[in-house]
Design a protein around this ligand. Structure first.
Ligand code: ACO
Ligand code: LMR
Length: 608
């Protein structure tokens, strides 16, 4: 370790090393010729910029840097998150993020002004806007009385804009960091954006608690490198700042070196410069003017190993009474993001929903394993989709055709049927389509359109138990139950439901067996002997024929058929089909611009 005549230390880090005091000494002489003897260091803030209670507004939300800031906060055992609010032009609401294991909601504002008004204690503005919007949004922030520091992350901010920002900041005693900066880290207190990288790196560099070294550089990437190096050979960083590599930075290397010089906790200053700038000369000037009275290690990333006459060794700067080693603390464990932990195989998470009928992940959606493209290329229809999504298998063509016919037969039964009436009345009340549809659907039940499942259950039970139609019907009467699938408001024995006839004809032609339907016909014969309106209605026809369909395919076990009947799949057919007609009636009324419906008095019996 060499103590130079200006109380500087040589820093030996890499093969291509960077000792700079020779360079800076050289620069020293050059400076006189270039800048004259004085450089104005402006009126930038002279001391610590951040603390454990510093809060920031984050412009142009990016999930990763915000979460990294909150994880850093947690590792420093901050009591409050360092991000008070987010500004996303044009949107408002909240962003959910983690503060340790706790999920928090950070307010999102659509303008800088609104955010500053909502969070007056947030005095740092972190600008992740693009190079196109960074200057204007930063100027808006600088003009806010609550904002003291502005960090501009964007690369490529026009120099003319940067100059205006710098001038305004200096005139109003505000601090700009950047443009093109990765940000700042106040060890154990506050950090901006991605500074210092992942939480693992932060823990490894012990940045969760303050050390004694003030570090300033142009390069963000090298900053992270140096945090690690400095943490290994000293008691760590007190504050690390990257000013960015632009020609007109908001604040210079010497601005921050002077600031560090005024912070009592900073015992040593490390500066990382680059060839080609003027920054380093201003630092030489500051040293020359005696403005810095702490050890400074400065280096310019360049190849100059040959300049060394001997090996240099960097050692900890602990001289008697100069530095008290910081007390080591153990940072809290930052919970790992679930997705990261799952990917690494560290954790497994139970699912909370199971789906067996479709999978939209991957290139194309699949219904019960059948890709969308197959549905199109192989001429599948709606009934095939019902077959896949309801019954989880591809039913044979004669079955899907039967389902198609059911849907066509049940789509509508005129404006006087219960469901259509409700939809019409709702449409004439000015309700929206969905409300009109739902209004119609709500009439479907045990008497109207919702008797298919019950018809299937009761016919199956009676047939499977070998009851005669008479035994079945009289048994239901004794229980006070109307036979589901039997009876109609307007159809009669001498004016049967044509839809039923069409379904029965198709089944007789295509089904392997129609035994349940034949049983239903026998029941109808018996009930018609009692009253002319007790016909086999469309619900009864579909209910009995679906039993034949399920039995006839040989694709369903007895248990599966019982489950289908018990669970009530079949009413779904009527609901799906009748939705077509209800929507049609709604459109019809809206097209006709029909006025509000009010039932006529003449049609109401007012009685006691
Ligand atoms: N089983 C046994 N008896 C019946 C049945 C039936 N399904 N339906 C009516 N009856 C009897 C009634 O008990 C009544 O006899 P009663 O006078 O001795 O009490 C007589 O027939 C007339 O009853 P109403 O209710 O006046 O007959 P309506 O024509 O109004 O009933 C309805 C039609 C609602 C469909 C009725 O037959 C019924 O509830 N059926 C069972 C449910 C059903 O299948 N609904 C689907 C209809 S089709 C569709 O909505 C698409
Ligand atoms: C229908 O399909 O709506 C009917 O069978 C019931 C009705 O009242 O017409």
């Amino acid at each position: 370790m060499m103590l130079c005549d200006m109380n500087w230390l040589c820093l030996c880090l890499y093969d291509e090393v960077l000792m700079v005091f020779l360079e800076l000494k050289c620069a020293w002489h050059v400076t006189k010729g270039v800048f004259g003897s004085k450089i104005d260091f402006g009126k930038m803030a002279t001391g610590q910029l951040f603390s454990k209670t510093t809060q920031a507004l984050f412009y142009n939300y990016k999930q990763l840097p915000v979460q990294q800031m909150l994880d850093f906060d947690f590792s420093c055992r901050r009591e409050t998150p360092s991000v008070a609010g987010i500004i996303n032009p044009g949107s408002e609401g909240f962003q959910k993020l983690f503060f340790g294991q706790e999920e928090i909601a950070i307010p999102v504002h659509s303008t800088v002004e609104a955010a500053c008004a909502a969070h007056p204690t947030a005095d740092v503005f972190i600008n992740f806007g693009s190079f196109r919007s960074a200057a204007s949004s930063s100027m808006s922030a600088l003009k806010q009385p609550t904002i003291r520091v502005v960090a501009i992350i964007a690369v490529g901010v026009p120099e003319s804009d940067a100059k205006q920002l710098v001038a305004y900041a200096k005139a109003n005693n505000k601090v700009i960091i950047g443009p093109a900066t990765v940000g700042v880290i106040q060890a154990g207190a506050f950090k901006i954006g991605d500074t210092a990288g992942t939480i693992d790196n932060i823990i490894q560099c012990k940045l969760y608690r303050p050390g004694s070294v003030g570090f300033v550089s142009k390069s963000g990437g090298m900053s992270n490198e140096l945090y690690n190096t400095i943490a290994r050979v000293t008691d760590g960083i007190y504050e690390g700042i990257a000013i960015g590599g632009d020609v007109f930075p908001g604040s210079t290397l010497s601005d921050h070196v002077l600031r560090f010089n005024n912070i009592p906790q900073v015992k040593m200053i490390v500066v990382l410069g680059e060839l080609g700038g003027r920054e380093e000369y201003s630092l030489v000037e500051a040293l020359k003017q005696g403005k810095i009275n702490k050890p400074v290690v400065a280096w310019i990333s360049e190849t100059c190993a040959t300049l060394f006459k001997s090996e240099v060794q960097f050692g900890p700067v602990v001289e008697e009474g100069k530095i008290t080693p910081v007390e080591e603390v153990t940072p809290p464990q930052i919970p790992e993001d679930l997705n990261t932990a799952i990917k690494s195989g560290k954790v497994r998470v139970p699912t909370h929903i199971i789906s067996t009928i479709s999978d939209e992940r991957g290139v194309e959606q699949r219904y019960a394993g059948v890709p969308m493209s197959t549905l199109v290329e192989e001429g599948y229809g709606v009934a095939d989709v019902i077959s896949l999504l309801w019954f989880k298998r591809s039913l044979p063509r004669y079955c899907t055709r039967f389902i198609d016919i059911c849907i066509m037969m049940c789509a509508d039964h005129g404006p006087c049927a219960s469901g259509a009436h409700n939809a019409i009345v709702s449409a004439r009340a000015g309700k929206d389509l969905i409300s009109c549809l739902v209004s119609g659907l709500l009439t479907i039940g045990p008497r109207f359109g919702g008797a298919i499942d019950d018809a299937a259950r009761y016919f199956k039970d009676a047939y499977d138990r070998g009851l005669t139609p008479c035994e079945f019907v009289e048994g239901m009467k004794k229980k006070g139950i109307r036979v589901p699938g039997i009876g109609h408001r307007i159809k009669r024995g001498d004016n049967r439901d044509k839809r039923v006839e069409l379904l029965q004809r198709y089944a007789r032609q295509h089904f392997p067996s129609v035994e349940y339907m034949e049983y239903a016909v026998q029941v109808e014969t018996y009930t018609l002997s009692k009253a002319n309106n007790l016909i086999l209605n469309i619900d009864g026809a579909i209910g009995s024929l679906f039993l034949d369909l399920l039995e006839g395919t040989g694709m369903f076990t007895k248990q599966e058929i019982d489950e289908i009947v018990e669970m009530g799949y079949l009413n779904g057919l009527f609901v799906l089909a009748r939705s077509i007609g209800l929507i049609g009636h709604t459109f019809d009324q809206k097209r006709l611009k029909q006025p509000l419906y009010r039932h006529p008095w003449e049609d109401v019996l007012y009685t006691k």
